[in-house]
Design a protein around this ligand. Sequence first.
Ligand code: BGC
Length: 750
Amino acid sequence: MKKMYFLYIGLLCLGMWGCSNRKSVLDSTEIDSKVVKLVNQMTLDEKIGQMRQINALGGVPENLKAALQEGEIGSILNEVDVNTVNEIQKIALEESRLGIPLLIGRDVIHGFKTIFPIPLGLAATWNPEMVKEGARIAAQEAWSSGVNWTFAPMLDVSRDARWGRIAESFGEDPYLVSVMGAAMINGFQGDDLSSDGSIVACAKHFAGYGVAEGGRDYNTTLIPQRELRDVYLPPFKAAVDANVRTFMAGFNDIDGIPATANKFLFRQVLRKEWLFTGFVVSDWASPYELINHGIAANEKEAALQAISAGVNMEMTSTTYKQSIKLLLDEGLITMDMVNRAVQEILRVKFELGLFENPYVSKEKQNQFAKQEYLHSAKQAAVESIVLLKNEKSTLPLDKSIENIALIGPLANEMYEQLGTWIFDGDSSLTVTPYAALKDYLGESKVNYAAGLIASRTKTKEGFSKAIKMAEKSDVIIFCGGEESILSGEAHSRSTLNLPGAQEQLIKELQKTGKPLVLLVLAGRPLTIGEVSKSADAVLYAWHPGTMGGAALVDILFGEENPSAKLPVTFPKGVGQIPMYYNHKNSGRPFDPTGWVQMDDIPVKASQTSLGNTSHYIDAGFEPLYPFGYGLSYTQFEYSQLKLSKVKYSINDTLKVTFSLKNVGDYKGTEVTQLYVRDLVGNVTRPVKELKGFKRVELNVGEIKEVSFHIPVSHFSFHNKNMEEVVEPGGFTVWVGGDSNATLSEAFAVE
Ligand code: BGC
């Protein structure tokens, strides 16, 4: 029998996910004693108040003032007027009996006024430092508006492009999501949560929300515990290691148990196994929705289940307010449960330094869109734009070009390039591709026509002007994709082509015979395989944020060299979904030599079960573009892969080196990726798993030796008995520029 190595992950701080050194004005024992003292003085109504979050009422109406004076509210979401925030904090502190400040929550997801690329675009940078910086800037802007808590990052591993919230995710891979999530948390919370410009982060949505059946938002999920622990939970564990102070419960049910009522998730995993000391907020009215889920008959039962599961604070619905007393009277919950829930909330308020420093002073208010913020947003956009195709080296374009046609419904839309979740985004700051192109080349050289009013427009009225513009130009740039509102919460799609008449317009433009470059702005992977055939080059820009246009123009003209890589697999068609690189091998892995395409199967062919492998007869097995894929204007060559040894023990670190050479004509940055396969497991294992990545910059002709140090403990998984183990046996390691990497070596764990 194989010897297995058990890992007590609760005690481990894994590699680059890191443990934060956040300090506070008060140390934690001081905070604990203050919290206990405060809770001892609280009436039951005041305790219930702390467990309640309401939506902003707009200003400070009398009913809000009275509720604050009575201590009936612990948190308000969506109030971003700093004077109002200061006023309500003052009432809470100075006019209520115990003077407890408020948490002011807001969805600050990828920027506040200065908008960065959507999280899926940020993930495409494979640059955690960039993500951290973006979150830091978002925190500073939001804090200057009175916000002290953001509902981000969203850590739902997302493998279904139909799901509109894939835009808000860091993609399909547990490791990439973990690293980016931790970076974002560090950016929001800073080194010291109590300092100006730091806000509390929230790891959401615990857990499995992105696995909604059919990609339809809010739908049921069915996730076996092993998959939950190996794929969907690791980013949340990394968030706890990064000292995230709050968690949010998902809307979804998992195998019949809604997340908001899920004791296993919150009591067992989060508190017992991971020793989380912050607090849990429900999602918007998710305790109340337990009635819709059909596991509670009324609000009292709903509150009972959410409190019992460990949800400390209820967002907007009022089941706690209405039922906690009754539940206590009937002995269904204990005062101890209520006290604990309140303590965990108060601890975060103390950590934020809110009791000492609750106001945003005049000179620190509304600090938005500073030059350095815009600069950073542009750099993030540059690093997020993926070059998918570049035939005949169409890009970069020649700066001395005389005439360029800029066509498309998203070429000059200040709002639409910002993406989902930009409640506070200032679209007047936006630099569109049209504005940036005019700025770069001079207005007279740019022939612009939208062609279609919006990305969904079906009428062809604008075609003729667009075609005229194209005909009199040397190169055509088509800027289309999806408007912001087509992705995000509740905006799932069942088809993933370019909406409206965009594909027809592109076909018409192709007929001019001019070089055609496609810029796609979207909140998700779109099925652009067919339409891309009409283009010579394709840049995938996601929703790139405020500075997206400037970033695109710099890339188009080679001022910047693309370095982004896909954080999700791009399927050829919707029918292939879910499709992800780290799938299982199956008993009949795809054999391309055995693929008889649908149209080649003879009519009346007889059925055979021999030689069948796992694929679609019409789409094969391969995606359109694999996870990790992205081109550069230069080329990189990988060679000389070496391992420090061939056999490792569980406590060892795998040391991998290889040589990376820039063999092309431009300076560039390559995102090198390291994948591992555990060849034989106690349960089936993925064909490849990302275990490391690094951005490496190289001048033309330059060679660098790149190294990775990966603790063997990172090769763990959950075995048949649901124990987390690293199993001895053979492994393969690959390095390369995407998940189809071929340069490999073997090693063993003993
Ligand atoms: C979303 C959350 C969000 C909350 C508050 C909900 O609908 O699912 O992610 O933080 O609203 O706006």
